[in-house]
Structure formats: C-alpha cells, structure tokens
Design a binder for this molecule. Sequence first.
Ligand code: ATP
Ligand code: MG
Length: 256
Amino acid sequence: MTATLLRAERARKVYGDKIAVNDVSITLTDGDTVGIVGESGSGKSTLGRMLLGLSRPSGGDVLYDERPLREVLAGRRSALQFRRDVQMIQQDTSASFDPCLTIRQSLRIPAQVLGGLDRARADECIEALAPEMGIAPELIDRMPTELSGGQRQRMAILRALVVRPRLVVCDEVISALDVSVQARILNLLKRYVRDHGMGLVFISHQLPATAFITDELLVMYHGDVVERGETDRLLTAPASDYARGLVEAYRNLAAP
Ligand SMILES: Nc1ncnc2c1ncn2[C@@H]1O[C@H](COP(=O)(O)OP(=O)(O)OP(=O)(O)O)[C@@H](O)[C@H]1O
Ligand SMILES: [Mg+2]
C-alpha cells in the first residue's frame, strides 16, 4: 500500500467574512495526479497554498506523513524534508528568478540547500535534468532576462525538480504562455511525472490542459468542492450542474 504523503482534512480558509475554502478534504499519495479546476476566485490557489504550508488553515488541518504541517514546519529538519518532498511551481513572473544571478546560480540554491549537494553534484544534477525539460545546455548560463517566457517557465519547473520532489504543486504554470508553448510544457511535464512516478497537483482554470495531465479532478466553486472523480469519468459524465457547464463550455469552444 502506498503511504499518504499529504492530506487536507476539512481544510478551511476564511478572510474576514469570506470563506475562500470551505472544509475541503484531499488525500495525496505518491504518484497521484490531481487537477484543481474552477472559475476565478473559487479558492484553488488558497487550497494549494494551504497544502504547501504557505497559508495556515482557519479550520481543519493539513497533514504531511500524517503529522500536522504546522508541527512539521516548526522543526528545522522536518521542515527541510517537507520543502524537499513538496515543491511548488507558480505562474512565471519577472520576479521568479533573481535578476542578478545566472539561471545556473539560481538552480544551484535548492540543489545545495535542500538537496544537500555540493556545487559539482548540483551542476551534474541540473545538467542531467535539463534535457527532460527540453532545455538546451547553453541556456543554463544565461541571465533570466535573456530567456523567453516559455524557456523561463521550463527553468522554473527544472528548479522544482532539481531536488527530486515526491509531489509538485503547479499553480497556473501555463496560463501566461501561448498555446504551442503550453502544449510543449504539458507534454514534458506529463512525461516526467509518468517516468518518475511523481505526484502532481495541477491548479488551473483551463480544463482541457488540466484533464490532459491528471488522473483525477476536483472542481471548485465558491470555496466548495462541487465534484471530484476520475478525469475521464468527469469529462464524459459530469454529475453536478457546475461541472457539466464547465465541460460543455469547453466542448462548444472546441467545436468548429
Ligand atoms: N490574502 C487574501 N486576503 C483576502 N482575500 C483573499 C486572499 N487570498 C484570496 N482571497 C480571496 O479568496 C477567494 C479565493 O481566492 P483564490 O486566489 O484562492 O482563487 P483562485 O481560484 O485561485 O482564483 P484565480 O483562478 O483567479 O487564480 C477570492 O474571493 C479571493 O479574493
Ligand atoms: Mg489562483
């Protein structure tokens, strides 16, 4: 049996009188790929941030290896372990890499600090992983501003993978990119996940892209999970009105 890696148990987040996430439970074991979809403001990022320990639940709990995350993060060693196991990739912004460092220097930081590698081993690891993200070796020594948005986003993925995490939480990682670049990144990430048995939480408001890369979907609406289940089933036979509307909207969009 695969052990539970990360679990939200009736996790709730309240901002003032706004319930951003309403008692959501989710269990992630190694290799699980789960998509979180729903319209803007439905609570996807807030749930993701709670899973990553970046936002403390107002109610319920998030557990890592069955231990409350706040306890895990309070210990130096256990916090390091968590940060190595569970990585985050966010939408590329110009601030996502330090503008004063080359990409290589930025990538070495997690490899050395979290992965405990020396500089030579960190470089080996970066160079071995680069082809898996379709990155030409010469790009690694560029400054962040010398890369295109798509190249920089693949570097951000590489930075998360360099510590060989068990789970990666992606929040709108392809939304700002053009469609051909989106497809390339989705394919590379999908292959990596399959080849390495890595877990993935893929947060996006783009249903087709999310469905392509995940086995399970969680559909959120106003902080609630209105439907969840196997991706294929949810796409072909959505049970809730909201999920049906979402699926139909994309089906109509795809029609000529
Ligand atoms: N730090 C915050 N302070 C106050 N309200 C917040 C905060 N973060 C999120 N919210 C509110 O919580 C709700 C959920 O926001 P969240 O960012 O999780 O949505 P989302 O599904 O990720 O949306 P999007 O698709 O636009 O990224 C929204 O109503 C938002 O305004
Ligand atoms: Mg969001």
